[in-house]
Design a protein around this ligand. Structure first.
Ligand code: NAD
Length: 290
């Protein structure tokens, strides 16, 4: 397919490269140029603007940081709604609010676009390896049309409901991941203070009920106290804001999620927002003078 790919960052870069590898004609655009150059090296083509990228596209994928960037790229004068051809698929894979996704689906449909929200989980490694979990909101028929693309990006592609539903499931994912990482960080500080061999301890914990994808993927960061992102804490703060806003509207008490949101906010306030979310460990260390 002819695919326009907007947002070639930590996730979008390798995802676009996987589409090239699967035989698609990928025209990429990113705010900063080096990311576009990397796509060209991988066999894709460069677009100087959103309008140029989408003009002849059969499918448009966006992988942008948050709501303001998705809104700008979709609704701007140079944007997708103004320049995409009738009938094109528009698949927003960024993590944004369900309300933004639902509005984009309605506004896109008015202009003849077939819109899906398809946020992902699996991190940078999942993007590179093409094994993402993709939670899809929107019309099932649009997902059928998008399958050849999404199957090149992920191994678990599930239709979870109408427009915006993908974002709701992604919000739940982010709540679970933050609580898991905080649990791992607290266990690591406890084990170290107890004089345990942290590497051996995490290895055996990984084989039991405490084993998880978070432990498997993040233990290297924790053991080495290395926090190159990965997934940035400032993006996780944004995602937990989505969860907590929705919980407030629903009148739900989600105490562990609420605490995780505060700990992530504190980490960002302490200057760790640009680090991988495994840097929640630094917050637990600060609390304990470690
Ligand atoms: P990133 O900051 O690395 O990438 C975003 C890219 O978008 C950057 O290259 C940036 O230059 C580009 N961009 C920003 N505004 C733009 C605009 N107006 N026009 C064109 N390009 C623009 O972020 P990321 O880690 O790749 O995350 C992207 C999305 O995926 C976020 O919504 C994030 O929450 C979500 N996500 C990230 C991960 C992860 O592990 N990193 C995992 C799952 C989901």
């Amino acid at each position: 397919m002819k695919v326009a790919f907007i947002g070639l960052g930590i996730m979008g870069g390798p995802m676009a490269a996987n589409l090239v590898r699967a035989g698609h004609d990928v025209l990429g655009h990113n705010r900063s140029r080096p990311a576009v150059d990397r796509l060209v090296e991988a066999g894709g083509r460069a677009a100087g603007s959103v309008a140029e990228a989408v003009r002849d596209a059969e499918a448009i994928i966006t992988m942008l940081p948050a709501d303001p960037q998705v809104t700008e790229v979709a609704y701007g004068d140079d944007g997708i709604l103004a320049h995409a051809p009738q009938g094109a698929l528009l698949i927003d894979m960024s993590t944004v609010t369900p309300a933004t996704s639902a509005k984009l689906a309605a506004d896109g449909a008015e202009r003849g676009l077939r819109v899906l929200d398809a946020p992902v989980s699996g991190g940078e490694a999942g993007a590179v390896e093409g094994v993402l979990s993709i939670m899809v909101g929107g019309e099932a028929a649009h997902l059928d049309a998008a399958r050849p693309l999404l199957d090149a990006l992920g191994t678990t592609v599930v239709h979870v409901g109408p427009a915006g539903a993908g974002q709701t499931v992604k919000a739940a994912n982010q709540l679970m991941v933050a609580v898991h990482i905080e649990a791992l960080a607290e266990a690591a500080v406890f084990l170290k203070a107890s004089g345990a061999d942290l590497e051996a301890a995490l290895r055996v914990l990984g084989g039991g009920l405490a084993g998880s994808t978070v432990l498997q993927r993040k233990q290297g960061n924790v053991l080495g106290e290395q926090y190159a992102p990965g997934f940035r804490l400032d993006l996780h703060r944004k995602d937990l804001g989505i969860v907590m806003d929705a919980a407030r509207e629903l009148g739900l008490a989600l105490p562990a999620g609420s605490l995780a949101a505060q700990l992530v906010a504190s980490a960002c306030a302490n200057g760790d927002g640009g680090l991988d979310h495994s840097a929640l460990l630094r917050g637990v260390q600060r609390l304990n003078g470690a």
